[in-house]
Design a protein around this ligand. Structure first.
Ligand code: SF4
Length: 223
C-alpha cells in the first residue's frame, strides 16, 4: 500500500490534534496541582475570572457573559463557591439592585493554585526562541478573535480590539504598536489577551485596525 500523498499545508485537523495534546498537559497539571476543594472546571473558570478583575466589579450576568456560560449553570457554580467560602457577595457600590462578587482570602489562595500553569508546559514554552513565542502569541490572538467573531467565544479584552490600540504606529519593528492608555509603544510579545483597561473599539475603528494589524504594515496610502 502506498503512503498517503504529502499535504501542501498543515491540515486543520493536525493542528487541532496538536492543540488537544497541549490541553492534556493543562488538564494533567490542574489535577496534579490539585485543588483541595475539588472544584469543577466551571467553578475554576469563575474563580480565575474573579481573581483577575477588580474586587466587587462582576455581577452574575457579567461572569456568565465573559465565560460564555448559561446563567443557570453560572448561578450554580457561583452559589457553590460562595458556599465553600471562596467567594463573598455584596450589593454593588454603583447599583443597589445588583449583587457583585469578590474573592475571600481562601478564594485568593485557591485561585493562586487554579491559575498556576503546569511547570512542564512553561518549561516547554521557555525552550522557544523569543520570536517564536511572539509568533505563537500572534497566532493565538488571531484564532481567539476568529472564535469571538463567530460567536464561539464571548467578547475578550484583547489589545487588538481596544480603542487605545494603534497597530504599526512606529517604524521600530521591535515595538511598532502604540497604546494610548499608557502612552507608549509596545511589541507583539507584549500584546495583552485580558487587559483591565481595555475599551472595546467601535466597529469603524476596530475593523480597519485589525486589517492593519494582520497585514503587518501600514497600508501604502498612510505609510
Ligand atoms: S489599554 Fe490595555 S488592551 Fe488597550 S491597547 Fe493598552 S494594553 Fe492593550
Amino acid at each position: 500500500m502506498s503512503a498517503p500523498p504529502p499535504q501542501p499545508d498543515a491540515s486543520p485537523d493536525r493542528i487541532a490534534s496538536g492543540l488537544a495534546r497541549l490541553s492534556t498537559v493543562l488538564k494533567q497539571g490542574a489535577l496534579r496541582q490539585g485543588s483541595s476543594q475539588q472544584l469543577s472546571p466551571t467553578q475554576q473558570q469563575v474563580l480565575t475570572l474573579v481573581s483577575v478583575r477588580p474586587a466587587n466589579s462582576l455581577t452574575l450576568k457579567d461572569i456568565a457573559a465573559h465565560l460564555g456560560l448559561k446563567t443557570p449553570s453560572t448561578s450554580r457554580s457561583v452559589a457553590t463557591l460562595v458556599g465553600k467560602q471562596l467567594l463573598s457577595k455584596k450589593t454593588s457600590p454603583i447599583d443597589a439592585r445588583a449583587i457583585v462578587f469578590a474573592l475571600t482570602p481562601a478564594g485568593r489562595h485557591e485561585a493562586g493554585i487554579t491559575t498556576e500553569w503546569p511547570d512542564a508546559l512553561l518549561a516547554a514554552i521557555e525552550e522557544l526562541a523569543a520570536d517564536e513565542r511572539a509568533a505563537i502569541l500572534r497566532m493565538l490572538i488571531k484564532m481567539i478573535r476568529q472564535l469571538q467573531e463567530n460567536g464561539d467565544l464571548p467578547r475578550q479584552r484583547m489589545c487588538v480590539d481596544c480603542d487605545h490600540f494603534h497597530p504599526y504606529a512606529y517604524a521600530n519593528p521591535e515595538q511598532p504598536h502604540h497604546c494610548d492608555y499608557v502612552g507608549a509603544p509596545f511589541g507583539d510579545r507584549e500584546l495583552r489577551l485580558d487587559c483591565n483597561e481595555q475599551q472595546f473599539a467601535p466597529e469603524h475603528h476596530r475593523q480597519p485596525r485589525w486589517q492593519l494589524f494582520i497585514n503587518g504594515q501600514p497600508p501604502k496610502e498612510i505609510a
